[in-house]
Design a protein around this ligand. Structure first.
Ligand code: ADP
Ligand code: MG
Ligand code: ZN
Length: 476
């Protein structure tokens, strides 16, 4: 999608990420996805009168890690109550941070070289989760609504970008890079489908050089694909509105994934007044400098650095190879590539196989180690296994473990290697018609010539006896 010449979209993203703590932000209830509804609650996260919050130290640490990874400044911060009514929020307020966030002013560099400013990354608690049955799945028109408070009080960090993004593709790249950073800090598992990373997109359009237009905020963007589609749709809608003499009203809009459209949820006029005030049950949070520095020192390499490290293994990387490097880092399987390269596998092969064969949940390949990955690729490199065979060996080991050479034998890949030998022989015969004619007419000495050629081509991996058998079988 592109707006007409002279127009551009302006996008700012608000990303909520759940933190990978063992317990919730202000109580000892488990922070775990997927449990029976309402089994992980207590008076604190149910908001019962008289209960008091106690701040989770690990959540503060992870929030600082996110801020530091985004080049933000960790500052003394204050918790506020954000007051509003919704059934999934039993206290009728959410504890959040307002004008004094824990992290302020950072940036994120994208793979294309562009930089997006980070306004803030603050701590807050999650709400419960409601499910509306009957009707459209939204509360209006629902026959009944269910609420699960397991999520209530789960620690969140909200990362607010500056309005620096200028296309839907850039917004997607930002979200993808941020997701990688969140995973790299250990703060989040980045699982959008489980709601552990949730994105709201603010979109406006304007004529380049003129002030920004009025923005609309879109909710319910559950995947990177939805994010990109919703932004494109919304920018186009706003442009069409403005071009036909209308005005954009500031509002919150709902993205309908099935229909591919956004629609009004609530306008600015009906927006809540959150009546923020300082949380009286919590003191200010002022991490000591030594603690901040310890968190900084504990940060591992971020995705950009890891991509650079892998790319440096390739002589003159092509676009496709760089894509594969990006995939390897997204999948978090850099270690497999490094193990393979250390074992003498060509970097190109190691990166390509890791990108293609190690997708999906690591829990689905319990049997695969860096060592067996490396050993399989070695077998492929020496010609013992074809590419297809190597992939089969990898997927077999992934499930049940084992030694690659043994697994290959068990899979009967020697016989298939003979098939390949046959193909090779065919090529060699075509390349050496004179030698073949002499052999074919009875000169047995030429058998040695062909065997030598095969050995050279397979770097000594072929079975000489098998080659002889094949030669004899081909004789007229
Ligand atoms: P609010 O508290 O109303 O959500 P914020 O200042 O937190 O307002 O901004 C929310 C998001 O909106 C930020 O990500 C910011 O970059 C983005 N934003 C602000 N102005 C615009 C605009 N004119 N067009 C698009 N996005 C904008
Ligand atoms: Mg906001
Ligand atoms: Zn609790």
């Amino acid at each position: 999608m592109s707006l007409p010449e002279g127009w551009e979209m302006v996008v700012g993203l608000e990303v909520h990420t759940e933190l990978l703590t063992r317990t919730k932000l202000f109580c000892g209830c488990a922070n775990a996805f997927g449990a029976e509804p309402n089994t992980q609650t207590c008076p604190v996260c149910l908001g019962l009168p008289g209960s008091l919050p106690v701040l989770n130290r690990r959540a503060v640490e992870l929030a600082m890690a996110i801020g530091l990874a985004l080049h933000a400044t960790v500052s003394p911060s204050t918790f506020h109550r954000k007051n509003y009514f919704y059934p999934d929020m039993p206290k009728d307020f959410q504890i959040s941070q307002y004008d004094r966030p824990i992290n302020a002013g950072g940036y994120l560099d994208l793979p294309d070289g562009s930089r997006v400013g980070i306004e803030r990354a603050h701590l807050e608690e999650d709400t419960g989760k409601s499910t509306h049955l009957g009707g459209s799945g939204r509360i209006h028109g629902a026959e009944r609504s269910l609420v699960d408070y397991n999520r209530s009080g789960v620690p969140l960090v909200e990362i607010v970008s500056a309005p620096d993004i200028r296309s839907a593709a850039q917004a997607r790249a930002y979200a993808a890079e941020l997701r990688g950073i969140l995973i790299a800090t250990g703060a989040s598992d980045g699982r959008m489908e489980e709601g552990s990373m949730r994105i709201d997109a603010n979109v406006s359009v304007h004529r380049v050089g003129e002030p920004f237009g009025t923005r609309c905020e879109m909710k319910n963007l559950n995947s990177l694909r939805s994010l990109q589609r919703a932004i494109d749709y919304e920018a186009e809608r706003q442009y069409a509105l403005v071009a036909s003499g209308g005005v954009v009203r500031q509002e919150t809009r709902h993205w309908d994934e099935d229909r591919g459209v956004t629609s009004t949820m609530r306008s600015k006029e009906e927006a809540d007044d959150y009546r923020y005030f300082q949380e009286p049950d919590l003191v200010d949070l002022a991490p000591e400098a030594s603690w901040v520095e310890a968190v900084r020192a504990g940060l591992g390499p971020m995705p950009a650095e890891r991509r650079a490290r892998l790319a440096a293994l390739l002589a003159e990387p092509t676009e496709a190879q760089l894509d594969a490097v990006g995939t390897v880092v997204d999948l978090g399987v850099d270690g497999f590539v490094e193990a393979a390269v250390a074992a003498g596998v060509e970097a190109d092969r190691a990166i390509a196989r890791a990108a293609n064969e190690l997708a999906g949940d690591p829990e689905e390949r319990p049997g695969l180690t860096g060592e067996s990955f490396a050993a399989t690729l070695r077998l492929e490199q020496t010609g013992d296994l074809s590419a297809t065979q190597a992939k089969t060996v990898l997927s077999t080991i992934a499930l049940s473990g084992g030694d690659p050479a043994t697994v290959a034998r068990e899979l009967g890949f020697e016989r298939m290697a003979a098939d390949e030998l046959e193909g090779l022989l065919e090529r060699l015969i075509a390349e050496h018609p004179d030698e073949w004619r002499r052999y074919d007419e009875g000169d047995d000495k030429l058998a040695q010539f062909f065997t030598g050629q095969v050995m050279r081509a397979t770097r000594g991996q072929a079975d000489g006896k098998v080659v002889l058998d094949l030669l004899r079988a081909r004789r007229g």
